[in-house]
Write a protein that binds this ligand. Sequence first.
Ligand SMILES: NC(=O)c1ccc[n+]([C@@H]2O[C@H](COP(=O)([O-])OP(=O)(O)OC[C@H]3O[C@@H](n4cnc5c(N)ncnc54)[C@H](OP(=O)(O)O)[C@@H]3O)[C@@H](O)[C@H]2O)c1
Length: 283
Amino acid sequence: MPDNYASVPLRELANGAFIPSIGLGTWPLDDIQAGAAVAHALEAGYRLIDTAENYNNETGIGEGIGTLPLQVPREELFVTSKFNVQWHSVPGVRDAWENSCTRLGLEYLDMFLIHWPNPDAGNYVEAWKGLVKLLKAGRVRAIGTSNFTIDQLQELIDATGVVPDVNQIQFSPFWLDEKRLAFHAEHGIVTEAWGPLGRGKHNLLETEPVLAAAHAHQVTPAQAVLRWHVQRGVVPIPKSADPERMAQNLDVFSFGLDPAEMAAIDSLNGSAGAPVSPMEFGH
Ligand SMILES: NC(=O)c1ccc[n+]([C@@H]2O[C@H](COP(=O)([O-])OP(=O)(O)OC[C@H]3O[C@@H](n4cnc5c(N)ncnc54)[C@H](OP(=O)(O)O)[C@@H]3O)[C@@H](O)[C@H]2O)c1
């Protein structure tokens, strides 16, 4: 196992790669904002950068990586991208990979995800076969899904025998999906959380259990929430374009929440409406 990168612990994935325990989200940053954010983030110690074809900022992210003042070895970077439904076929995924690599200025992607299952299009199993092919050819270090349900994940595993390394889902104390977490754990799929801070809505960072945990550990509410994710075994990818917040969000490995604090934060589940349904939404 490689050493931790820049003090961020690594997690081993089902297909053998290692993912940092926290990453940087980059939606809805444009190319210019994303380039600046990535340069700050890498300097602060982030190694996992999350983007997607649909964010229209891969070019900026590539420039942010390329104009880095400090030299981060390529093998330490864990750049994740995701592709849209138009590429849900074996040759389509190969084209999507090529396009993302070109925009990012990278020779390979660390992780490539099916962004949404789009069940109406009915081709996510073909998309998965395309990803398996890329993995076997060494063009990506890890492959996975985003917004997939338990049944959809099972379908991919049944069709190919290959388990997704990661399922990136909408997850936070507001959307604590125990059933999906249990399925992921049973199959060795790492849960990655989008919207880990509640997407800046519904005042997650002002709720009583979060404020109490933050106060008890002399950390910020965002740090308490991100620590909750880490202790839940989930990899959060909080988005911030603010260098101070970025540094703060990464600094969650020197304190721990006790079981009562974890349970109090768990109790926020369901208090902010339903998460986006992957059966009805996608791109
Ligand atoms: N797979 C998918 O379908 C999917 C969907 C949506 C998003 N994502 C990914 O997940 C990432 C994160 O999700 P998200 O952006 O929706 O939500 P989020 O990370 O939960 O919340 C982002 C909001 O929190 C604020 N924030 C960040 N750090 C903070 C801190 N320390 N204190 C107070 N506020 C703080 C940010 O403001 P500032 O920027 O002003 O700091 C922003 O308004 C996205 O950027 C994207 O990469 C994936």
